[in-house]
Design a binder for this molecule. Structure first.
Ligand code: ZN
Length: 314
């Protein structure tokens, strides 16, 4: 059985643009109703609803620029019909600290990151946002962050981007040894499953599935998360190959889709990777489902929080 996860990150403006500025504008949140109506077109085609796991920013930058750490959560929930009772609300903290010039940069100190998580979680509890799935921003998960999530009652982390490593001006992470499937992380190294005799964490890692995709500016395919906002020809080529491998293995599998509502908005200039139109998102999602039917691969749309109980996880 293939478990399909549609996860939607609600971020600051420009979060998925190259060379992130970590800006404190949140206008892209207004794209949520348009995203929901595009999703509605897919649901009409499928004849059933598609549950969504929303990962919404709540952290120090949100608190500083919007007045309260939970302000974005409240804004998302204020769009009538955008978040359904059958959806899941997850937490998406970007663990930054304010720079002297008033900008934002990744917080390098693990104790400070955990302190920000614990403090923000308290504020989320006060608005009764009882999330149990989390995704640290910019793939900056770590052993300490996963321990903090587990201590706060979280059951699923989805910060890992298997096979990818970056250490440049924009991002710093190393998920090179991480499997492309859910696992129970080791207490020694959260990037891999606990081996026999090792202590494991009380949380399940459900990675953002990575697949080789080739943008028009790439010399060769690059492992990327599976974003419904890519150009349909790019999306199909990468996901077709993934499906062919999935068909060879009859066991449970997870395909985690990641997207941002504002990537489904029409923009004048698409990139070599992103189409930036609602039509592309609709095309990709309907193609994915039709193609799974055509290949007779059994699948269901799920929520992140469902995964630990749905399949055997090592
Ligand atoms: Zn983010």
């Amino acid at each position: 059985m293939l478990h399909l996860l549609l996860t939607v990150d609600v971020d600051a403006d420009g979060a998925s643009r190259p060379g992130t500025t970590r800006e404190s504008n949140w206008d892209s949140v207004a794209a949520i109703p348009e995203f929901r109506s595009a999703l509605g077109a897919c649901e009409e085609h499928f004849g059933h609803e598609v549950p969504v796991t929303w990962f919404v920013r709540a952290d120090d930058q949100v608190a500083r620029s919007l007045g309260h750490a939970t302000a974005l959560l409240e804004r998302v929930l204020s769009f009538s019909g955008a978040v359904r009772a059958t959806d899941e609300m997850g937490w998406h903290p970007h663990l930054y600290r304010e720079t002297r010039l008033g900008g934002w940069a990744p917080e390098p100190n693990e104790a400070s990151r955990v302190e920000q998580m614990t403090r923000t979680h308290e504020q989320m509890r006060s608005m009764r946002a009882d999330c149990t799935s989390g995704r640290i921003g910019e793939a900056a998960g770590s052993l300490q962050a996963l321990l903090a999530f587990a201590a706060l009652g979280y059951r699923v982390d989805s910060s890992a981007i298997p096979g990818r490593t970056r250490d440049d001006a924009d991002r710093c992470f190393d998920w090179s040894i991480t499997p492309n499937e859910p696992y129970v992380p080791s207490r020694l190294d959260a990037r891999r499953p606990a081996q026999v005799g090792e202590v494991s964490l009380a949380i399940v890692e459900v990675p953002m599935t990575t697949v080789p995709f080739q943008a028009s500016y790439d010399d060769q395919p690059l492992l990327r998360y599976v974003n419904l906002a890519y150009h349909p020809h790019v999306f199909r080529r990468g996901v077709s190959d993934w499906m062919s491998h999935a068909a060879d293995d009859p066991g449970d599998k997870v395909l985690t889709l990641v997207t941002h509502p504002d990537e489904w908005r029409s923009r004048s200039s698409p990139s070599g990777l992103y189409a930036y139109t609602p039509q592309a998102g609709i095309k990709n999602l309907t193609w994915l489902v039709d193609e799974l039917h055509r290949r007779e691969l059994a699948f269901r749309f799920r929520l992140c929080r469902d995964i630990p109980a749905l399949m055997p996880i090592a």
